[in-house]
Design a protein around this ligand. Structure first.
Ligand SMILES: *[C@@H]1O[C@H](CO)[C@@H](O)[C@H](O)[C@H]1NC(C)=O
Ligand SMILES: *[C@@H]1O[C@H](CO)[C@@H](O)[C@H](O)[C@H]1NC(C)=O
Ligand SMILES: *[C@@H]1O[C@H](CO)[C@@H](O)[C@H](O)[C@H]1NC(C)=O
Ligand SMILES: [Ca+2]
Ligand SMILES: [Ca+2]
Length: 438
């Protein structure tokens, strides 16, 4: 019975995840070509993982010729570090400038119709849905149990007030106690719920993510400063050059005043049914679900923010983790517009500082294990001014064999001169010799 419950939970999450990520990550660049057929499977050595030692621990590292840097441990769960002065002021200004030249797009739009289709084709009865949502199995749906299913909001962030409003609009909770009994849930017509969601256009402040972003190419032939930053990240992470070079381009993000990103993890869940966006080139195409596999996040602060805009890690180094303690009926610690002050750890943006962390736990065999729940993080509300950051994600496939095949295939394409296989990056290459007044 527990197994069935978990299994259905995964199916629901997967169904909703696919449609949610389609709208959100459609700008994710990725290899487009199919493999010609795998050769013999090579094996890869263990992945490097820096040691945290203890919170506050500092170590000196030589990342550039003319100065030392200090890496400070911020937390052990997740394994999280800070490194001041990782980028120079000039580098920060250049990244912002290149991003502005390329143009930024809204980070999130609402994919309403696709979502409704997905919900429509879901082969789950209303009773099963109730059981899935009822986490504590008391036969009643508390607000927090609905809040926990962020994807039901279809990209819209749900607050306890939103849900109460929805209940009263569709008359789902006649006794008004904020809890849905099985009877109340059975009497509810799910189409009314969808109709209600559709009829309420969300303002950008009501979305999961309120920002603009773009991607900057860092590979061969990129601007020499973009190359230098990638090499510095390689030295910082001590991973293999193949892994770092084959990772996503640099994502540059601008949060205006009022911008935010509610708490999330950077990697999708690892189910047998998922494949990674970066290695899908060599993956079995009949696998239905795709996600970003981001072993590490390296986040750069590109400016000093006048007010707000901290990066919050709500459960960093908490003794235990329990999703349902994170979400209460009245306080949702994932809500970065309202509750950043209650999170365990906040990092204040400081121009040139980098923070980096591991999104997965080790598997004990030198490779990638489960997603680290403690890596939950978000961008707090920017109360004044503009916030600029950049993300360098380091992609590793939880399947060691598939990562190996992918690296082999990319090496083969490079040897055969397949460098034009990413036309969307051509624009960035044009900046190679750009002389920028900073
Ligand atoms: C691809 O996946 C399908 C369905 O999961 C499976 O039947 C098939 O054997 C797989 N093919 C390869 C080459 O792994
Ligand atoms: C950003 O703030 C830090 C510390 O508050 C300060 O040392 C630094 O000079 C500031 N940088 C800029 C470009 O204003
Ligand atoms: C944080 O840890 C405490 C002590 O173990 C626990 O009571 C609380 O539920 C935890 N918070 C979360 C969000 O898991
Ligand atoms: Ca319940
Ligand atoms: Ca009720």
């Amino acid at each position: 019975m527990v197994f069935v419950h978990l299994y259905l939970g995964n199916v629901l999450a997967l169904l909703l995840f696919v449609h949610y990520s389609n709208g959100d990550e459609s700008s994710d660049p990725g290899p487009q070509r199919r493999a010609q057929g795998p050769g013999p499977a090579p094996t890869l050595g263990p992945l490097t993982r820096l040691e945290g030692i203890k919170v506050g621990h500092e170590r000196k590292v030589q990342l550039v010729a003319d100065r030392d840097h200090f890496i400070r441990t911020l937390s052990l769960k997740p394994l999280l570090f800070e490194i001041p002065g990782f980028l120079s002021d000039e580098e920060c200004r250049l990244i912002i400038h290149l991003a502005q030249m390329k143009g930024l797009q809204r980070s999130q739009i609402l994919p309403t119709e696709e979502y409704e289709e997905a919900m429509g084709t879901m082969q789950v009865s209303q009773l099963d849905l109730f059981r899935l949502l009822d986490q504590n199995r008391d036969g009643r749906l508390q607000l927090r149990e609905v809040l926990a299913q962020t994807r039901l909001g279809n990209g819209r962030w749900m607050t306890p007030e939103n849900i109460q409003e929805m209940y009263s609009a569709i008359k789902a909770d006649p006794d008004g106690d904020g809890v849905l009994s099985l009877q109340e849930f059975s009497d509810m017509d799910l189409r009314d719920f969808h109709k209600y969601m559709r009829s309420h256009e969300a303002a950008s402040s009501e979305l999961v993510r309120n920002s603009h972003h773009t991607w900057l190419y860092q590979g061969e032939g990129a601007h020499h400063i973009m190359r230098a930053i990638r090499q510095r990240v390689l030295r910082l992470t001590r991973l293999s050059p193949e892994i770092v070079e084959l990772s996503e381009p640099l994502q540059v993000v601008r949060y205006g005043e009022g911008g935010h990103y509610h708490a999330h993890v950077d990697s999708g869940p690892v189910y047998p049914e998922t494949i990674c966006s970066h290695t899908k080139l060599v993956a079995n195409e009949s696998v239905p679900f795709e996600t970003s596999c981001r072993y590490m996040t390296v986040l750069f602060y590109l400016n000093n923010v006048t007010g707000g805009g901290e990066t919050v890690f709500p459960v960093a180094d908490n003794r235990t983790y329990d999703e349902m303690s994170l979400i209460q009926d009245d306080v949702d610690l994932r809500d970065t517009r309202r509750h950043c002050d209650k999170g365990n750890l906040r990092v204040k943006p400081q121009q040139g500082t980098a923070v980096f962390w591991y999104n997965y736990l080790p598997d004990g065999q030198g490779w990638v294990g489960d997603v680290d729940d403690y890596s939950l993080h978000g961008g707090c509300l920017v109360t004044s001014g503009t916030k600029w950051i950049a993300n360098n994600w380091i992609n590793v496939d939880p399947s060691r064999a598939r990562q190996a095949l992918f690296q082999q295939e990319m090496a083969r394409l490079a040897r055969e001169g397949g460098t034009d296989s990413q036309p969307e990056w051509a624009l960035d290459r044009a900046y190679r010799d750009a002389r920028v007044e900073l």
